[in-house]
Design a protein around this ligand. Structure first.
Ligand SMILES: C[S@@+](CC[C@H](N)C(=O)[O-])C[C@H]1O[C@@H](n2cnc3c(N)ncnc32)[C@H](O)[C@@H]1O
Length: 287
């Protein structure tokens, strides 16, 4: 069977399994096995310049079956691409999402606007480290600290920090509520993508419901339990004028604005994503 046939077969299998982007997933999987980017794979298909070895074909059959059973592609390849970085991911850690790349952009703008020559940034609920590490690599003069509670996730957080931000990043294993206080009042930007799904709303995608850790998804009855803690911890970390940015679900815009206003935050603003959905909130610490 040619490589093109293998991709077509995987595409059909993935479509039957209900995967929304069967062609993309088939190409990414085959490209990963051959160590080719998607663009390189596509040009190799045109020139006829790539084929599987028999070991690669066996690997492909196994991984395609696992993907068709709705295991996340990133768990099969062990990597997730996020903005300009490649993160190690797998079982036990949340796979970073495209919408978070955009929320991270808001934090990057806020850090770039800081007067400080070495802005200090906290990424609360760090998971793989995606947000904090994108900031640390895009703004090398920033000092970034990621806080993550899950021991399983923290293995990935700490390895990704060591690899991608060895000099300007630090990962801390702690509950957000126990974030160390040595930098209280000195931090420029706090960003968080906390768990925010209401407990009774189980996600429909098997990749999420079965493979993302529950601790990464669910935020209590209204989904905002950890958001409340993040808001309180950010209030002690930030200096006056510092910025807080929190990602949330599209139906939570008003509730999160209200929560922050009730806690005394200023300039509370909802930001919409490219689909015009409420996706994140920013606020400034005044006092
Ligand atoms: C939605 S995931 C986001 C991960 C990462 N920031 C990202 O955007 O890909 C939420 C993360 O918060 C962590 N978490 C949940 N509750 C926490 C808490 N109380 N303190 C610290 N981390 C927590 C979870 O383990 C998970 O890694």
């Amino acid at each position: 069977m040619s490589l093109a046939d293998s991709i077509n077969r995987a595409e059909a299998k993935f479509a039957d399994a209900g995967i929304e982007t069967p062609r993309v997933d088939a190409e990414l999987l085959v490209g990963w096995i051959l160590n080719l980017s998607r663009g390189e794979l596509q040009s190799a298909l045109i020139s006829g310049g790539a084929e599987f070895t028999s070991a690669q074909r066996e690997q492909y059959e196994t991984l395609a079956a696992r993907r068709a059973a709705r295991e996340p592609l990133q768990h099969l390849t062990g990597v997730a691409h996020f903005r300009n970085i490649t993160l190690e991911v797998g079982k036990g850690v949340f796979v970073p999402r495209p919408e978070t790349e955009w929320v991270t952009g808001l934090a990057i703008d806020a850090v770039r606007a800081c007067a400080s020559p070495e802005p200090i940034v906290f990424d609360l609920c760090a998971g793989s480290g995606a947000i904090g590490l994108a900031i640390a690599t895009e703004i090398p003069n920033a000092q970034v600290i990621g806080v993550e509670k899950s021991v399983d996730a923290f293995g990935y957080t700490s390895r990704n920090y060591a690899k991608l931000a060895p000099t300007n990043g630090r990962a801390i294993l702690a509950d957000v509520a126990d974030t160390p206080n040595d930098l209280d009042g000195k931090v420029d930007v706090v960003i968080s993508n906390p768990p925010y799904i209401p407990a009774q709303m189980v996600p429909i995608y098997p990749e999420v419901a079965l493979h993302d850790p529950g601790l990464a998804l669910y935020g209590g009855e209204d989904g905002l339990d950890v958001v409340r803690v993040v808001a309180d911890v950010a209030a002690r970390l930030l200096h006056p004028g510092g910025t807080l940015i929190i990602e949330h679900a599209d139906m939570q815009g008003e509730a999160v604005r209200r929560l922050l206003l009730d806690k005394g935050w200023s300039q509370v603003r909802t930001h919409q994503d490219f689909n015009s959905r409420d996706r994140s909130v920013s606020a400034i610490r005044i006092h």
